[in-house]
Design a binder for this molecule. Structure first.
Ligand code: ZN
Length: 150
């Protein structure tokens, strides 16, 4: 378990240092800002859909290592996915973070997002990890209201 934890931590640090898809899109058709006032994390998520699937996604902003790494891993997880699939991914991710700390992790369903399983032991950090997903959902819902974890 310690080895797995180290691997998870290394993945989070790597995505914080070199966030994937950290850029503005040229022609986004969906966009939203998100804010986690408890930690001060701020993100903008932009995406381009094609045929009901995510063709391209980018994010910008600043925040703690968990919020940035989570957004980075999220962009990798949702590219090419349909809106239903994304909704399922967010559900599984949210359940992992808010479930009992000893609940088994759905590795097959979560893929790389499982690296955040340790966050469930730190309730104050859960919002850091879920901010990008709330922001993505706000962008897909098309509202102009900024997403917040509150
Ligand atoms: Zn944070």
């Amino acid at each position: 378990m310690d080895e797995l934890r180290e691997l998870y931590q290394a993945t989070i640090l790597d995505h914080n240092r070199k966030p994937r898809n950290f850029r503005a899109l040229e022609a986004p058709d969906h966009s939203a800002d998100g804010h986690n006032p408890i930690c001060g994390d701020q993100l903008t998520v932009q995406l381009e859909l094609e045929g009901g699937r995510v063709k391209d996604i980018g994010f910008q902003g600043n925040g703690c290592a968990i919020s940035v790494a989570s957004a980075s891993l999220m962009t990798e997880a949702v590219v090419g996915r349909s809106l239903d699939e994304i909704s399922g991914e967010f559900d599984r991710f949210h359940k992992m973070l808010t479930g009992p700390t000893d609940a088994p992790i759905d590795m097959a369903g979560l893929g790389k997002l499982a690296v955040f399983s340790g966050v469930r032991e730190f309730p104050i950090r859960i919002k850091c990890a879920t901010l990008c997903w709330h922001t993505l959902r706000a962008a897909l819902d098309g509202g102009s209201k900024a997403a917040t974890t509150e």
